[in-house]
Design a protein around this ligand. Structure first.
Ligand SMILES: [Zn+2]
Length: 58
């Protein structure tokens, strides 16, 4: 299994906001997130930012 760096992981996280990731990308990302608090927080932040932006637009 390919290991992600935090830089690659955060790029995948932002990419996943706009487009579907492949099964392999999702799997490697999930693996990284399960071991990395920083990227987990980054993903949560990005998610709430997105939700807030969506709300703002309505
Ligand atoms: Zn990370």
């Amino acid at each position: 299994m390919l290991k992600l760096t935090c830089k690659e992981a955060s790029r995948l996280i932002s990419q996943s906001m706009d487009q579907k990731l492949t099964l392999a990308q999702r799997a490697t990302l999930r693996l990284h997130l399960s071991a990395c608090d920083a990227c987990t927080r980054f993903g949560a932040q990005l998610n709430s930012l997105r939700a807030a932006m969506r709300k703002y637009r309505e």
